[in-house]
Design a protein around this ligand. Sequence first.
Ligand code: ZN
Length: 71
Amino acid sequence: MSIDELEEQIEKLLDQRDQLEEKCDTLPKCEEDDGCETCQVYEKISAIDDKIEALEDKIEALMGEEEEEED
Ligand SMILES: [Zn+2]
């Protein structure tokens, strides 16, 4: 997979994340302290964060390879 494709995936995940965050903000539970620790929406957000991190790692690895090729 190319860096562009990976970046596109991250963009999509960030969009999803924004929508989930908006939803999370409207839940009465989430207004309480630590309410989000048990909120299902927040769980999904965390899962997306993990995916984004994994994609960013891949991009970094690919960028590293490209730099090596230039030398
Ligand atoms: Zn929440």
